[in-house]
Design a protein. Sequence first.
Length: 264
Amino acid sequence: MALFMKLISLHLSYSFLVGAASLYFVSLWQKDNPMHLLLKFLIISFPLFSGYYLLIISELEGLWFALPVFALIIFTGLLSHKNWPKYWFASALVITTCLIAFLVIPKSISNDLMKEISEPAPDYTLENLLNEDEITHQSMGNHVVILDFFGTWCAPCIAEMKELQQIKERLSSYESQLKFIIVCTDKGGDTPEKALKFHAKRQLPFLLAYDSQAVVHHSFGFTGVPGLAVIDKKGKLRLKHEGYNQAENLEDNLIAVLEEILNE
């Protein structure tokens, strides 16, 4: 499962299915092992359960339900030699696992990462890398502002930006009221020069800013990247979104929030 996420896709719905299938086939392979059932269960489950808890649940608490599902899958494989469970049970388990992967996991991730709020946004001053003007809270005027903190080295940041481009295109009718600003911090050794090369290579349709020493990044309460903030026309912070996974429906969720703010 870890190799799948590292080499193929970070999409948690897919990795959940890969983990479930792997556990089932390993359990089938071990079903005739004379070892006690509970000991077999512990040997099979401990590595994945530990890694899943440390790497995923520690960041996305709402995904705890995956562990009992995994446990049920392991017991299903281990008990198959006793002509149990019946085919109807196995089929129901497969269907349930798929439904969880594509319906429950995306919603759970969105609930963990996206927080709608309404409080005064912190003042900010950012270096504008595309011209000599500073980007400040006051200079944004009567616009809804989307600040996206990123790192040039951050794969989830790059994936999130692709969705932001689609969001910008879908909201083109509101273009005069929106400001999309991607903000590179000095985390991970990033510099203004690296940010400019990153921006030019991808021909990104966003304003580009630099946040030296991540001062503004921290003022919004972010600890990592990507970190996305939405500020309404009245200067209120309306949404914070920290982290990213392809399984969540960021595009539709963010558009719904932005349209609500724009039409107030």
